[in-house]
Design a protein around this ligand. Structure first.
Ligand SMILES: NC(=O)c1ccc[n+]([C@@H]2O[C@H](COP(=O)([O-])OP(=O)(O)OC[C@H]3O[C@@H](n4cnc5c(N)ncnc54)[C@H](O)[C@@H]3O)[C@@H](O)[C@H]2O)c1
Ligand SMILES: [Zn+2]
Length: 356
């Protein structure tokens, strides 16, 4: 069993196939029972119910599926559900699902009885390499994403890559984008592992997926350890996210999966970095080739550049001199690079005209 400590009291444990023998694993990790499981309606029949029964828990509490349900109302429902099930302080709860479930349940755990311990069993690639690791939890408001939340790390993140076998291919590819991001930030050899055409989970063996996610998590853990509250180095994880978030928001979160929008954002960041001689042509080709191998992204064709740029201006990272971007360099990233709205508009139009 591979274990990566993130910060005190927050570690990631890799155990392919662990969902079916979760009881034994929690015993090994000294987690007290009972553990109350929360999942969503899609993941429940695939993995959630199995996880709950393997730890001898009552059937899992189910959230509705979708980003729209990452909201206050569900936090309240989850807390009320725990109260009804007699979950008390010192007991542990467990989130089984993608980033929506881990963010929502982690936040509920943070506020329930002023905070109870929780575990995460992420079941999407994005949640394994990103959302479940690092302790950020929270929900959306009508006005925007992730506007309410706190740091409340899960004591253990159990990574069972075999749960990815049921993940739709498009979700898997979108998750690979975050692995590419992690690779560029801190482990260029990981790009070599990802250097192959991807046709769903079955195209790679579970051991290969585990090798990929262990390395990506190691990068995230290192960044988080250096800067838990995003005062400095943790900003590196925003590579591709300034434009990515704007693209998602300008299209109402319907057309692009998060990873797909971030893929466009990383291409834009690479072009800007190339224009400033921060990134060599060969390194830019390497980064874009890694993204291209995932197959075509939803196009930017009919998006209005001004509308997209307008969505950046409400981003919390804006200040008067432009927006602070993370830009790729040949061997990592640089933070806080001022990029003006004119430059962003220009690179966006360039990407529309010449996406390759
Ligand atoms: N806390 C953080 O640091 C952090 C970091 C990155 C992203 N996030 C958040 O994560 C969320 C996105 O997470 P996501 O991409 O996992 O989306 P998601 O949770 O919506 O999952 C995507 C879809 O896959 C389904 N699914 C999950 N596991 C499955 C499986 N094994 N088989 C089949 N279907 C499965 C889900 O039900 C959902 O329909 C966003 O809300 C984002 O803000 C948080
Ligand atoms: Zn992201």
């Amino acid at each position: 069993m591979n274990r990566i400590p993130v910060i005190d009291g927050h570690e990631v444990v890799f155990a392919a196939g662990a969902t079916a023998r979760l009881g034994e694993l929690l015993d090994e990790l000294d987690v007290d029972r009972p553990v109350s499981v929360v999942t969503n309606s899609t993941v429940a029949p695939l993995h959630g119910a199995r996880a709950a029964s393997a730890i001898g828990a009552v059937p899992p509490f189910e959230l509705p599926d979708g980003e729209a349900y990452k909201r206050w109302a569900e936090v309240e429902r989850v807390c009320a559900g725990w109260l009804e099930r007699g979950v008390h302080r010192g007991q542990t709860v467990m989130a089984v699902g993608g980033g929506v479930v881990t963010d929502t349940v982690g936040f509920a755990a943070a506020v329930y009885l002023r905070g109870i311990p929780w575990l995460a069993l992420p079941t999407t690639l994005l949640a394994i390499v990103d959302a479940a690791v690092g302790g950020k939890t929270g929900v959306n408001l009508e006005q925007g994403k992730n506007l309410v939340g706190c740091f409340w790390p899960p004591s253990v993140v159990v990574v069972d890559v075999t749960t990815l076998a049921t993940l739709p291919e498009r979700e898997l590819r979108a998750g690979v984008v975050e692995a590419i991001k992690a690779a560029w930030i801190g482990d260029h050899q990981l790009l070599d592992l990802l250097d192959r055409p991807l046709e769903g989970f079955s195209a790679l063996r579970a051991e290969d997926w585990e090798a990929v996610v262990v390395r990506a998590v190691r990068v995230k853990a290192k960044v988080v350890r250096a800067d838990l509250r995003e005062g400095g180095p943790r900003k590196a994880l925003n590579l591709g996210h300034t434009l990515g978030h704007a693209i998602e928001s300008a299209t109402g979160y319907e057309r692009f999966l998060h990873g797909e929008a971030v893929a466009w954002g990383m291409r834009a960041a690479a072009r800007i970095a190339r224009g400033r001689d921060l990134l060599s042509p060969a390194a830019e080709r390497r980064l874009t080739a890694a993204i291209d191998r995932l197959g075509p992204l939803p196009t930017l064709d009919d998006l209005d550049a001004d509308t997209v740029v307008g969505h950046i201006s409400v981003d919390k990272k804006r200040d008067d001199e432009g927006v602070g971007w993370v830009l790729p360099t040949d061997d990592g990233v640089v933070l806080d690079q001022r990029v003006t709205t004119d430059e962003i508009r220009q690179v966006f139009v360039d990407l529309q005209r010449d996406p390759s």
